[in-house]
Ligand binder design. Structure first.
Ligand SMILES: C[S@@+](CC[C@H](N)C(=O)[O-])C[C@H]1O[C@@H](n2cnc3c(N)ncnc32)[C@H](O)[C@@H]1O
Length: 199
């Protein structure tokens, strides 16, 4: 358990020491299934707190116009290289998600994330929802895997169904919110797969 709020330097430290316990080393399987079922809206997608960006590579490979954001240099450098060696396109921004300027307003069809909502301090959750709503086009979609750690403290901070409903219902219609059976082994029965449409 970690009671201290994480700073940018703390996250960067994880990349410097290669201590990336959250990194699945592959795109999260529930996202692949959604894509196979054609349930991911095509077009412009933003991946906040992308880390090494396995989702970003997958989305770029499959024709999405991807923007990825992470404020840790280690994450950004890794992802830029991963895209380059595969000759894939993608915009990788080294910046704070909460500082996105108004050039991002209303331009994304999809925001796709995993283990970012649980990584930020719970005091920032409402701000997260407002920012995602701001950058999505009207009717745009947020697809996320939300980590139900069932533990005190963090990161990762526990995310219950009630937490999700409390924060998202003001700006989004919840189209799907279930524990997915497709989680990677270490997250089995601990992930909510959410599909939320901006009001
Ligand atoms: C737990 S990791 C998850 C990374 C990736 N989503 C994954 O699942 O592999 C959280 C990531 O969010 C980044 N991060 C945390 N707060 C951020 C912020 N305010 N703006 C941008 N990135 C942030 C960290 O640098 C870290 O790479």
């Amino acid at each position: 358990m970690n009671e201290k709020e994480y700073s940018q330097e703390d996250w960067q430290g994880h990349y410097e020491s290669n201590d990336l316990g959250w990194d699945l080393g592959q795109v999260a399987p529930p996202f692949v299934k959604l894509w196979q079922e054609k349930k991911l809206p095509s077009g412009k997608v933003l991946v906040p707190g992308c880390g090494r960006g396995h989702e970003v590579v997958f989305l770029s490979e499959n024709g999405f116009e991807v923007t990825a954001i992470d404020f840790s240099k280690g994450a950004v450098t890794y992802l830029e290289n991963a895209l380059k060696v595969r000759s894939l396109s993608g915009r990788v921004l080294h910046q704070d998600f909460f500082g996105l300027d108004d050039s991002h307003d209303g331009i994304y069809d999809l925001v796709l994330e995993q283990t970012f909502f649980c990584a930020i301090s719970p005091r920032l959750r409402q701000d997260y929802v407002l920012n995602v709503a701001r950058i999505l086009r009207p009717g745009g979609t947020l697809v996320g895997l939300f980590y139900h750690t069932d533990k005190e403290g963090g990161p990762p901070y526990n995310t219950t169904r009630e937490d999700i409903e409390t924060h998202f219902l003001e700006k989004f219609e919840i189209q799907q919110l279930d524990k997915t059976s497709l989680s990677a082994e270490q997250r089995k029965d601990k992930e909510w797969l959410g599909i939320f449409q901006k009001n």
